[in-house]
Design a protein around this ligand. Structure first.
Ligand code: HEC
Length: 123
């Protein structure tokens, strides 16, 4: 009887715990999404501008920045690029976009980092 109780307990806990071990994440389910990050030709006009316009400009334009950094013109973006990368990673400064609880997807952050590495060109 004791053995039956123990095995019943084991069976029930296994059933309860095992499904939790299934790690359901996008990269595993769709490995091709991960490979789709093409950073061979990251330019200001082709990536950086639309990226910042999409995620940041609502609070960082010349008219909305109110004391914080401006990300509207190339000159301001280049001057603030290193700080911007830190903000995208929440590295010592508040994580951006403001109010988000997790980083933007890695491909965007990597692309921005590559644009910096290639000399922050106005290309
Ligand atoms: C909803 C408004 C909002 C959005 C969207 C937003 N920011 Fe910010 N950001 C702020 C505010 C407000 C501050 C000032 C925060 C502070 O000083 O504590 C700030 C500060 C910053 C700073 C300066 C951090 C520092 O400590 O000096 C950087 C860099 C920055 N944001 C980058 C970005 C980037 C890049 C994006 C887009 C990915 C973005 N922000 C999106 C509101 C926003």
């Amino acid at each position: 009887m004791k053995i039956l109780k123990i095995s019943l307990f084991t069976l029930i806990t296994s059933v309860a715990i095992l499904p939790a071990c299934y790690y359901d994440n996008e990269e595993r389910l769709y490995p091709s999404l991960n490979n789709a990050c093409d950073t061979t030709n990251v330019t200001y006009s082709g990536f950086v501008r639309s990226f910042l316009d999409g995620y940041c400009i609502s609070c960082h334009s010349n008219s909305t920045a109110s004391g914080s950094i401006k990300l509207q013109d190339y000159t301001d973006v280049a001057a603030n690029a290193d700080l911007t990368l830190k903000a995208l990673n929440g590295d010592g400064v508040p994580l951006m976009p403001m109010g988000s609880s997790s980083k933007l997807d890695a491909c965007k952050i990597t692309s921005f980092a590559i644009w910096i590495k290639k000399g922050k060109l106005n290309n």
